[in-house]
Design a protein around this ligand. Sequence first.
Ligand code: 4AD
Ligand code: MG
Length: 439
Amino acid sequence: MGDAPPVLWIEEAADHIGQVVTLRGWVDQKRSSGKIRFLILRDGTGYIQGVASIQDLPARDWENLDRLTQESSVRITGEVRADKRAAGGCELTLARVEPLSIAPEFPIQPKKHGPEFLLDNRHLWLRSRRQHAIMRIRSEVVRACRDYFLTRGYTLIDAPIFTPTACEGTSTLFETDYFGRKAYLTQSGQLYLEPACMALGKVFCFGPTFRAEKSKTRHHLTEFWMLEPEVAFMELDGLLDLAEDFIATVMARVLESRGEELKTLERDISRLEKITPPFPRMRYDEAARILAEKSKERPDLAFTYGDDFGAPHEAALTEDQDKPLLVTHYPAAVKAFYMQPAADAPDKALCVDVLAPEGYGEIIGGSQRIHDLELLETRIRDHDLPREAFNWYLDIRRYGSVPHSGFGMGLERFVAWVSGVHHLRETIPYPRMIHRLTP
Ligand code: 4AD
Ligand code: MG
């Protein structure tokens, strides 16, 4: 007996042309043509076609091949043959076929299923080529985001999930019972990053955040991941530069390392290749003027000056742009309590919403923070927020207060844009929405 063949991942097979190897995985597809059988195996690292002809395969293995159903797990052994037409550059000439577990009929068939059915079977849906590609892109975006900040001297500060206070308004709080007290699932790590940037200068957090969003839109999840940097001494202009450079850098990274996945998703990458600095910038007032003009022909775009923009407004503002649009100076009244007012227009906030092109909407929201103690106290009162719960946060304005700024990027919104996926539910492994808590 010679040595047993090496057991490989499919992605490694192309480095073993001419050798006999063993692979393990799940049956993606089977085809037969006379006395030849084709088996497409998937193991998460790639796909490979196994080819068997009746005269080369022992009878028992030939029968095993016929027993295999879609998504059965199997171990196959054979010689790796170069094949330019194959996706991974090679195929396997089957010499052994050993079923590990024969699957009953798989619920997800190569036909069109409705979204609710697919979401009910999310744990199985993840095996599809499309979902696989989206998860690989998501993972790459996460790595690129972390690398971006870690290689620029930022310190990772993990913010708590249980919080006593609201960061982004009280209407979307998830309340929990915390040993007889009220606690809320965090809406944003920002309030905890602000103190941390006074300790460490440049910080960021990246974790799950929660909002009881009652609206059922393609842009809203109740549990989503947010990446948030916070920088001491940074003002709005610095924040705009940071957001722009960050987006362009992460985008370039995904284009460089996830080309295969973008191809699987049939994403038009020429649109993503245009995402290079500088990005267009405009104030809310100018955006409002553009919308007023557009709404003359399109009544659905009508809105009242002073209101926040809705999804159709955001889409209309970006329809003439190839790049993300940075809208600044929104009316303070429609934004969060902690935003610094503009010196030249005190009713406007030094804030930014980054609107992605192609109708993907707001991917980043950020601002310069109020650093004056009295003004912040007034704002907390005006917003009917409980003063005592914010006392620790006010300390940051007592002990060496300085201007500081930060933003939050919604990971799923970014992934949807990059991947060209219409609905956020496909951009997170297990989506949580108003009517969806399972699996
Ligand atoms: O604009 P938002 O509410 O900003 C904040 O939470 C700030 N405290 C962040 C900061 O300055 N550190 O949310 C930031 C981003 C949005 O631009 C959007 O991309 C995403 O979070 N987001 C959501 N993503 C999915 N589902 C939801 N329900 C979301 N709500 C916000
Ligand atoms: Mg926002």
